[in-house]
Design a protein around this ligand. Structure first.
Ligand code: HEC
Ligand code: HEC
Length: 233
């Protein structure tokens, strides 16, 4: 082939690629409004975005690929765990993630801010991002195991109801009784259950009132939950 022939093949190939690239770019931009549901960008969505920025959630999380790869990607978190579990994760992380190795911090998010965040996540989850970034399925199952339908594990939920008025974990809860962040190092589940029914049987000096009205099921769930608290907070 002559030099000239090669040049024209090069030139037409380059121009054709350029034309395809420009067309695809234009075509994508043409669809941005529809793909992102721009018309559903309400004030509350914007408020949620501001909370996201103010609290620097992307110091640990990614959304649409932006952020830090320490914690789960939250692009589709609304589909994954739903509004109630999001609120619980954000407002009571020390309870939900008490058993986790990687901790989500309590950032002092208010009820209003949590609602705004939920609306923001709902909007983001409806963006048609052509399945990008890929969702990490292993994170999904780990998180879902922890965030059961009620938002917290049964043991954590029962602890919150029955014990948190007097005891704290991770700084959340009452101070009438001691913090129980490290109670798993002191007592196993059976000893905790015995303690709750009859504190003096386990520790003759105990000032805790016996909790007689709590159901056996709740007590077992609470004891299992507490026996895993080994001072990581
Ligand atoms: C210091 C790091 C850090 C920061 C900052 C942080 N998170 Fe998290 N977050 C985590 C970790 C770690 C987990 C997962 C814990 C686990 O699964 O054991 C998590 C879990 C979550 C989950 C549940 C995700 C799922 O798929 O189950 C939500 C929702 C969430 N965070 C929202 C937020 C929001 C909103 C903010 C900002 C207000 C925020 N996080 C700030 C570390 C962080
Ligand atoms: C009315 C307040 C109150 C409630 C409710 C309460 N506790 Fe206590 N608890 C205390 C006090 C006070 C102590 C400290 C007893 C002492 O050492 O004198 C204590 C101690 C304990 C201890 C021993 C801590 C240690 O380090 O030795 C355990 C375990 C415990 N509580 C579990 C529970 C569980 C589980 C529940 C819920 C089912 C519960 N408590 C509900 C007040 C309460």
């Amino acid at each position: 082939m002559s030099n000239k022939g090669a040049f024209y093949i090069f030139l037409s190939g380059t121009l054709a690629s350029l034309a395809i690239f420009l067309f695809l770019t234009w075509d994508t931009h043409r669809q941005v409004g529809a793909l992102t549901n721009a018309d559903k960008l309400s004030e509350q969505v914007v408020a949620g975005k501001h909370v996201w920025e103010k609290k620097n959630c992307n110091n640990c999380h990614t959304i649409l690929g932006f952020g830090v790869y320490y914690a789960p990607d939250l692009t589709k978190v609304y589909d994954r765990i739903g509004p109630d579990a999001i609120k619980t994760a954000v407002m009571e992380p020390e309870v939900v993630y008490a058993d986790s190795i990687r901790k989500m911090p309590n950032l002092g998010v208010t009820e209003q801010e949590a609602d705004d965040l939920v609306t923001f996540f709902e909007w983001v989850s409806n963006i048609d991002n052509n399945d990008w970034p890929p969702q990490d399925r292993s994170m999904e199952t780990a998180a879902q195991r922890r965030l059961s339908a009620s938002g917290v594990s049964p043991g954590a939920a029962a602890f919150k109801e029955q014990c948190m008025a007097c005891h704290s974990i991770g700084g959340a809860g009452g101070s009438n009784g001691p913090a129980l962040d490290d109670i798993g190092s002191k007592y196993d589940a059976a000893a905790i259950a015995r303690y709750v029914r009859d504190p003096k049987a386990v520790d003759p000096a105990s000032r805790m009132p016996a909790q007689g009205s709590i159901s056996d099921d709740d007590l077992q769930a609470i004891s299992d939950f507490l026996s895993k608290q080994r001072g990581e907070n």
